[in-house]
Design a protein around this ligand. Structure first.
Ligand code: NAD
Ligand code: ZN
Length: 251
């Protein structure tokens, strides 16, 4: 549980701010039942990541990627937004929070009622798929059905391109429009709040530093210490849901 004086301090900083940007990582969704990467028992204790070039180069890797996707997807499909997501949704609704920059791919900020226009997904979204050549969107249900029936890999109906979940893999180029929007929001905010990110995955982890250099206040809320705690104006070590409920007054 974070210290009451720290939660009071965050409440005050939110009151004083005019433009707040949230930056969220896997830690905001663990209370919804989705494991993060780096905590004990996290996804990386089970799987090595599949790099983009390997996915493109080998049908076997693509099959492995889809196999993993459907093996772990049930948790993602069942997950509901939690108090942390709802607290941010309330700040957006109040007009205080201009954007939520997220590293998450689970779509839970959208499902907590935040308009898509306020959400910047740096690593894409795993709740649908796209053609890597023409960008055509595909829903997962038919892909799952064909794959589980006989291992069929999805191919674009329009251009024969390779279809992949709409996520950004390691080694894949960052999405340009989202990176530019995130940069713009970060440069123009006066309070930047990091929630549930270990701040080790770059270039995403560079945004708190950009905010700080530009003169915004930096707050980090995380269960464990992060690499950037020393740069923050306020660090809260606690669980995101209970802490943000107290700060913003949601449950
Ligand atoms: P990470 O796993 O590296 O770090 C998560 C951090 O959150 C850890 O420091 C952990 O101590 C903290 N944490 C976990 N639960 C918490 C809670 N309830 N309250 C407070 N702190 C908590 O995650 P990352 O920094 O987001 O980087 C991993 C990458 O993996 C991201 O780029 C993301 O794309 C991807 N990912 C996404 C999801 C998702 O969409 N839900 C899940 C796993 C991984
Ligand atoms: Zn296509």
């Amino acid at each position: 549980m974070s210290d009451p004086t720290e939660t009071e301090r965050l409440r005050e900083m939110i009151r004083e701010a005019k433009r707040i940007v949230a930056f969220t990582g896997a830690g905001i969704s663990t209370e919804s039942g989705i494991p993060d990467f780096r905590s004990p028992g996290g996804i990386w204790t089970k799987y090595q990541p599949i790099y983009f070039d390997d996915f493109m180069a080998s049908e076997e890797m693509r099959r492995e990627a889809w196999r993993r996707k459907f093996a772990t997807d049930e948790t993602m499909v069942k997950a509901e937004p939690n108090a942390g997501h709802r607290a941010l949704a309330k700040l957006v609704e109040q007009g205080k929070m201009t954007a939520i920059i997220t590293q998450n791919i689970d779509g839970l900020h959208q499902r907590s009622g935040v308009p898509a226009s306020k959400i910047i997904e740096l690593h894409g979204n795993t709740t649908y798929a796209t053609c890597l050549d023409c960008g055509q969107r595909y829903e997962l249900a038919p892909i799952r059905k064909a794959f589980l029936a006989d291992g069929t890999l999805p191919v674009c109906e329009k251009c024969d391109g390779i279809v992949k979940t709409a996520t950004i893999s390691f080694g894949q180029a960052m999405p340009e429009i989202q990176m530019a929007r995130a940069q713009d929001e970060t440069l123009n905010c006066d309070l930047f709040i990091v929630l549930g990110s270990s701040l080790v995955v770059y270039p995403a982890a560079g945004f708190p530093q950009i905010a700080k250099r530009r003169g915004a206040r930096l707050v980090i809320l995380n269960r464990d210490p992060t690499d950037q705690d020393d740069d923050a104006d306020l660090v809260l070590h606690g669980e995101i849901g209970p802490t943000m409920s107290r700060v913003v007054g949601v449950n």
